[in-house]
Design a protein around this ligand. Structure first.
Ligand code: FAD
Length: 591
């Protein structure tokens, strides 16, 4: 009997019809020359990371200025929340102490979005969250002023001019770890100092701040396991331990701010509906809203659902994570998705993972809150054991920290360089096989699990971790296409695009990064497919051409069946491609 996959797409949308993910304003042809630093430039930056330069600039700019007319918190793309937000809490506390209004600023920077390949989905998600934040802040009589500024090079001056307009002598923000953002903030510290304005940029993204976990030699870790061992030692739920402590809550501004000639008007400054060049098609916009509802409440509910409910096959696709009619029973730790995470996390045929990455990447929920939520099931302790679902999930949050530390302390990775310079000259096929890259993007490589994963990304702006590894390794090792083109495409299409995790994942798959998959251990996509999607439900859902195929052929259809169903044949023979990859990695630069 033929089995038909359920239709799980939002109303009016079929995954097979989803062709154009975003209105494209950029081409791949512009990418490589612009983005890759020379080996020398990367080494120079690695020797003197901007992250430490910023910490020094902040010391130099220690709080000394007299009380101003307001205190400003500059919210960025990675901290879109009000609760458990360290910089916001500190700004709020100071505003209370000085008895002046707190003002929240957000600066849209279209040039940065282009330079960093930001997806229109991520920008839309940012704006949707800003709308929520604006209303929530208004309940506390705190205005959110959203501006847009170009060129990006003058953002420090733009922020400074606003601070002066608002009579602020104190600026707070959470640290962003990408090279461009760090350099921008260093510049702002320098300019602010001249104007007598203090800058406090604080650690908030990671559980343990970059620089706090170092090897005995005082160097950053480039291997995950020892990093994890050290990371675990930093975690405790004791009151005095800062790493997991909830940041103090936001205090209200005085109601009189509403009548203030300058600050009162800020309540009227709208959050734009879109940023030019990052416009979503209407159906895509609807789908993103359906799959990824904005706001802290939504994020908290998604976390709660992960912690308390079982995985369901009906949730494998582009579904609403919080269906209105879901009266899902609350399960014990043994049965919940969190509890089963160790055994189930690599399965793609149900919602086995939390799907919190868009919320974590945008800071709609804090990583601290995610870890605190797990302690309910572990007698109030932090479980980091590799033997339990809870522990395994906490370790994933540690991967997020790990890659952010790598980004901050080995800035070369955000400059288009491989972490392992010896792999800089591998011979790629990008020029000779542009059609292969396009087929991969379109989900038409002829390898069902790869195509299903790529179509999931196109449909949802999100992909399961196991699939990300499979499709990434397939692009790099089977199609022999430069990992940077895959990294860029992921940023352009994913709603959770995060430079640290994305680069980490790509360099892991390409065997060029920190703690990578050894270059000779190459995933066989057909074996991976059987393990990740044993029933074939996932493939049938996302590859409608194969919707009626049952049995093992779903993982690797015969040429005859593929031709009959209008499904492409594989572009390369996996075994031959594997030999080619091993040969080229062994002797970089050689054919
Ligand atoms: C090639 C490649 C590209 C990736 N690009 C991104 C990206 O742009 N943004 C992103 O957030 N993650 C990225 N990841 C990591 C991972 O795939 C996603 O975080 C995960 O699939 C998100 O699903 P989830 O929220 O259900 O994760 P869960 O399994 O529920 O994990 C919980 C959280 O832990 C973190 N996490 C889990 N796995 C990893 C990991 N391997 N590395 C870093 N953090 C992790 C994420 O914040 C995630 O939300 C990438 C991985 C690969 C292999």
């Amino acid at each position: 009997m033929l089995k038909r996959a359920r239709s799980l797409s939002p109303p009016g949308v079929r995954s097979s019809l989803i062709m154009s993910p975003t209105k494209r304003t950029r081409t791949d042809a512009n990418f490589l020359p612009n983005k890759i630093a020379t080996a020398e430039a990367a080494s120079k930056v690695d020797r003197d990371p901007p992250f430490f330069k910023l910490l020094n600039a902040l010391k130099d700019n220690a709080r000394s200025s007299p009380k101003g007319a307001s205190v400003v918190y500059w919210m960025r793309m990675e901290d879109l929340r009000i609760s458990d937000n360290r910089a916001l809490a500190q700004a709020s506390a100071l505003a209370q102490k000085d008895n002046v209004p707190l003002v929240v600023l957000f600066v849209l920077s279209p040039q940065d979005y282009i330079a960093h390949d930001r997806s229109a989905r991520r920008i839309d998600f940012t704006l949707r969250n800003l709308h929520e934040i604006k209303s929530s802040l208004a309940e506390h009589h705190v205005p959110l002023c959203t501006t847009s500024h170009t060129p990006r090079i003058s953002i420090p001056s733009h922020v400074l001019s606003l601070l002066k307009e608002w009579g602020a002598t104190q600026l707070f923000a959470n640290i962003e770890h990408e090279v461009d953002e760090l350099r921008r903030d260093i510049k702002l510290c320098e300019l602010a100092k001249k104007e007598g304005i203090d800058c406090s940029f604080v650690h908030d993204k990671c559980i343990v701040p970059p620089g706090d976990i170092l090897t005995k030699e005082g160097k950053a870790y480039s291997v995950y396991s020892p990093f994890l061992r050290s990371w675990i030692k930093h975690l405790s739920l004791k009151k005095e331990d800062i790493h997991l402590t909830h940041a103090p809550t936001l205090a209200d501004n005085a109601f009189s701010i509403r009548d203030h000639s300058t600050f009162g008007r800020l309540f009227e400054v709208p959050v734009p509906e879109e940023v030019e060049g990052f416009t979503l098609q209407p159906d895509e916009k609807e789908r993103m809203r359906f799959c990824w509802p904005a706001g802290e409440d939504a994020a908290r509910q998604i976390l709660d659902r992960f912690v308390h409910t079982m995985a369901r096959g009906s949730q494998l696709g582009a579904v609403n994570p919080l269906p209105e009619n879901a009266k899902a029973p609350r399960n014990s730790a043994k049965d919940s998705r969190l509890g089963k995470y160790k055994a189930a996390r690599d399965k793609v045929d149900a919602d086995t993972t939390s799907r919190l990455s868009p919320y974590l990447a945008a800071g709609v929920i804090s990583a601290r809150q995610c870890i605190r939520a797990t302690t309910e099931f572990s007698s109030g302790k932090i479980d980091v054991s590799s033997e339990t679902g809870i522990g395994r999930w906490v370790q994933e949050i540690a991967w997020r920290d790990f890659y952010t530390h790598v980004l901050a302390l080995f800035p070369r990775v955000s400059m288009g360089r491989p972490f392992q310079e010896k792999f800089a000259n591998i011979k790629w096929e990008a020029e000779t096989h542009k059609d292969h890259l396009q087929a991969w993007k379109d989900g038409r490589t002829g390898v069902p699990i790869v195509d299903a994963g790529m179509r999931q990304a196109r449909a949802m702006g999100w992909m399961h971790n196991r699939l990300r590894m499979i499709v990434a390794m397939y692009l790099v090792k089977d199609l022999m296409i430069d990992w940077r083109l895959g990294e860029k495409y992921f940023m352009e299409i994913l709603i959770d695009g995060d430079l640290a995790s994305n680069n980490g994942g790509w360099q892991w798959s390409a065997s060029t990064g920190v703690d990578p998959a050894p270059y000779f251990r190459i995933f066989n996509p057909y074996i991976q497919s059987q393990k990740a999607d044993p029933t074939g439900d996932f493939i049938r859902h996302f590859v409608p051409e194969l919707a009626n195929v049952r049995g093992p052929e779903i993982h690797n259809p015969s040429p005859k069946l593929a031709d009959k169903l209008g499904y492409p044949r594989p572009r390369v023979d996996h075994n031959e491609a594997r030999q080619r990859a091993i040969r080229r990695y062994k002797s970089p630069g050689q054919e």
